[in-house]
Design a protein around this ligand. Structure first.
Ligand code: IPD
Length: 292
């Protein structure tokens, strides 16, 4: 494939801003809120409207590429090696419904199953995160126009002990069964004091948008992000942004250092000078995961 990644990056930014206008203009939110799998798996008319606009625009401009979107996904659809746009129209739908402004549109592009372009835009704060394979990743303040290379944190200290980390976790929409119990026990292990067998991390955060969590890790302010049930549309765009910042992504459960972008259980690790401490903190983290 002869791909113009810069052009795709620019097109995705234009679409993300248009989507942002739809999202911030959509009121009242209480109209048209429904659920999919259960009462906490929310979807709104705005999710669907944004995905429709995104898919129509991309399919018209790139008719030979594939499109994978959260709201039009059906069981049995798989990510292939074909160039594919991977879209979450509103990542953080629960936040959107509650008007908690940690919401993003997540637009990724993958080829040979490798994420190569990512755009994550929070229309409520104007923060635009972008990344292109081999070109680095950036945060642009769309109000002031200021553009900063990721990671943002200065000084960026080497990753050290797990107990010094700030860790993002998510509850997800599964609220019963062994996966739920394992997740809750793992959260407990991470927070508990060392005297009682825990990791006693600095703290746990649950913000509600996988894509923005990955951008927080890419920025260096979150050290780790552990997710048990995400989808490719939650991760594709943020994956590029994190890797281009020098972060890494591994299995949420012990043992796998290389995972595909459509893997559902993911541990994201922040950039560190020369990658120092990244593998060590992952090994330490894995020792506290329940239900391996
Ligand atoms: C969800 C959010 C949440 C994550 C879930 C996702 P949605 O996406 O990213 O943080 O924990 O796994 O499904 O449903 O708001 O697009």
């Amino acid at each position: 494939w002869r791909l113009n990644l810069k052009e795709i990056h620019d097109v995705l930014i234009t679409i993300a801003k248009e989507a942002g206008s739809i999202i911030t203009g959509a009121k009242p939110l209480t109209d048209g809120v429904g659920s999919k799998k259960n009462s906490v798996d929310l979807v709104t008319e705005t999710d669907k409207a944004v995905e429709k606009m995104v898919s129509h625009t991309l399919c018209a401009k790139y008719p030979t590429f594939k499109f994978l979107g959260e709201e039009t996904y059906e069981p049995g659809m798989h990510l292939t090696h074909h160039p594919t746009f991977i879209c979450d129209p509103i990542d953080g739908t629960t936040n959107f419904v509650h008007q908690y402004p940690y919401v993003s549109i997540s637009l990724g592009f993958a080829c040979n199953k490798e994420p190569v372009v990512g755009v994550v835009y929070n229309p409520f704060t104007g923060q635009l995160y972008t990344g292109v394979k081999g070109e680095g990743s950036y945060l642009t303040n769309t109000t002031s126009g200021e553009r900063q290379r990721l990671p943002l944190k200065t000084p960026l200290e080497p990753l050290g002990r797990l107990s010094d980390t700030l860790v993002a976790i998510e509850w997800g929409s599964d609220r019963e069964g062994p996966n739920y119990e394992n997740k809750v026990q793992t959260f407990g292990n991470l927070g508990r004091s060392k005297e009682h067998g825990g990791a006693m991390v600095h703290s746990l955060r649950s913000f509600g948008s996988a894509a923005l969590n990955l951008c927080g890790v890419a920025s260096g302010s979150l050290d780790l992000y552990w997710e048990g049930g995400a989808w490719a549309w939650d991760f594709c765009a943020g994956w590029v942004i994190l890797k281009e910042a020098g972060g890494m992504i591994v299995d949420a459960n012990p043992g796998r250092w290389e995972i595909p972008v459509d893997h559902r259980m993911v541990l994201a690790v922040r950039p560190s000078p020369d990658g120092q401490g990244q593998r060590e903190v992952v090994e330490e983290f894995w020792s506290f995961v329940v239900g391996k």
